[in-house]
Design a binder for this molecule. Structure first.
Ligand code: ADE
Length: 395
């Protein structure tokens, strides 16, 4: 990958000589060129800025040095490079964008300062470059250099060969929409604090399940905005969180409200959910990954999942259960969104999804079929239908 950076402070980019990115440069995986914008000025003072038309505070970067700098970079390009212009008004940088940029052969960074670059430069650049205005976040930096450093580091480490252990790229925060699990090293006991017992157990299945649970809990606690992403299509208004014991009372009320209709449809008062107590429900929160969905603070939906041994020889199954939406809010797509969310929450070991519904629950059966589930058993237990679906690589 070739990277060009244009800046009035070329020394700002010196850290790119260090650490893994520096090594990638020395190994020839990344070719970096830093250009001083002032070398493209033609006056004694090497002026790069001027006062804004229309008045206002601060200075604006002049278009002429930029056009010459970009012309020079474009002349050295084999194909059409991507031009990243960092700025607080840009598209938010995230891991998905890092992955897309890592596929480019040639990235160019134009680091602005002052109040910004004359707007015509963006149009001019579009003749030779794929232009992307990129923001690190909702705050203002003094210039684009720090943002360029951050973007280059996030992108360069995705270039094949830059990180020795490719597996460490997969098990990272944001790679699959969740934050990373907590990590520990020796000693086992330190300052009165101990490493969680499960990590010393040598039981890889338990460790994987614990780590997955930790990722969900951490994401719910620190970045709840990441959780609903899966559900956003149908449930943009819902606030989704991993259920805690504090939700048990409301969950019990919702369970009884939802399972009354199931009982009527299936002519049975012997459905496990109907017999749930506060105590059994609270216990279930420890055994299952349970999500709750709130609308304006009211608990209006839930779903849960648990990893189980699948049918013999077929690998582990992510059992899905208790998919519920408050009776007055059904028919809005919330159920489909929760079903989507719980499938996306399955740990890596799951190869199938499985669920159970009443044989007379026509609406449920329709929704599950539409979501790709197929009937695998009937009347086991009596009055129920079991459905399953193979997990796709993209889930
Ligand atoms: N330049 C100034 N502020 C910035 C930000 N938040 N992100 C990217 N570039 C910037």
């Amino acid at each position: 990958m070739r990277i060009d950076v244009v800046s009035i402070f070329p020394d700002y980019l010196a850290p790119l000589d260090l650490s893994l990115i520096g090594k990638a440069r020395r190994d020839g995986l990344i070719e970096l060129h830093v250009h001083d914008l002032r070398t493209f000025t033609h006056d004694r003072h090497r002026t790069v800025d001027d006062t804004p038309y229309g008045g206002g505070a601060g200075m604006v970067m002049k278009p002429q040095p930029w056009s010459e700098a970009l012309d020079q970079v474009a002349a050295q390009a084999d194909a059409r490079p991507t031009l990243v212009i960092p700025g607080p008004g840009g598209q938010r940088f995230d891991q998905a964008m890092a992955r897309r940029l890592a596929e480019c052969d040639h990235l160019v960074f134009a680091c602005g300062r002052y109040e910004g670059i004359d707007e015509r430069v963006y149009e001019y650049a579009a003749r030779d470059f794929e232009v992307r205005v990129v923001s690190l976040g909702d705050y203002v930096l003094n210039g684009g250099e720090v943002a360029a450093l951050a973007v280059i580091e996030a992108v360069a480490r995705l270039v094949p060969g830059v990180i020795g252990n490719a597996a460490s790229l997969v098990e990272e925060s944001h790679e699959d929409g969740l934050l990373e699990y907590p990590v520990y090293t020796k000693p086992e006991h330190w300052q009165g604090l101990s490493v969680p017992e499960v990590l010393l157990s040598g039981d890889h299945g338990r460790i994987a399940a614990w780590r997955h649970e930790q990722r969900l809990l951490r994401t719910a606690a620190r970045r709840p905005d990441l959780l609903p992403r899966a559900a956003a299509a149908g449930a943009g208004e819902l606030e989704i969180a991993v259920a805690t014991a504090a939700d048990a009372g409301e969950l019990l009320t919702l369970t009884h409200a939802c399972w009354l209709k199931e009982g009527i449809d299936n002519r049975s008062l012997d459905i496990p959910a109907q017999h749930e107590t506060l105590q059994s429900l609270t216990q279930s929160l420890r055994d299952w990954t349970t999500y709750v969905a709130r609308l304006d603070g009211r608990l209006v939906g839930t779903v849960r999942g648990r990893l189980q041994d699948g049918p013999a020889g077929k690998g582990a199954q992510w059992d899905i259960g208790r998919l519920m939406v408050a009776p007055d809010l059904q028919g809005r797509g919330f159920g489909r969104a929760l079903l989507e969310l719980i499938q996306r929450s399955a740990p890596p070991a799951a190869v199938t999804y499985g669920l159970l519904t009443g044989a007379a629950s026509e609406g449920n059966l329709r929704m599950y079929r539409r979501a790709g589930f197929r009937v695998v058993a009937r009347d086991d237990p009596p009055g129920t239908v079991s459905l399953a679906k193979r997990r796709r690589a993209t889930d």
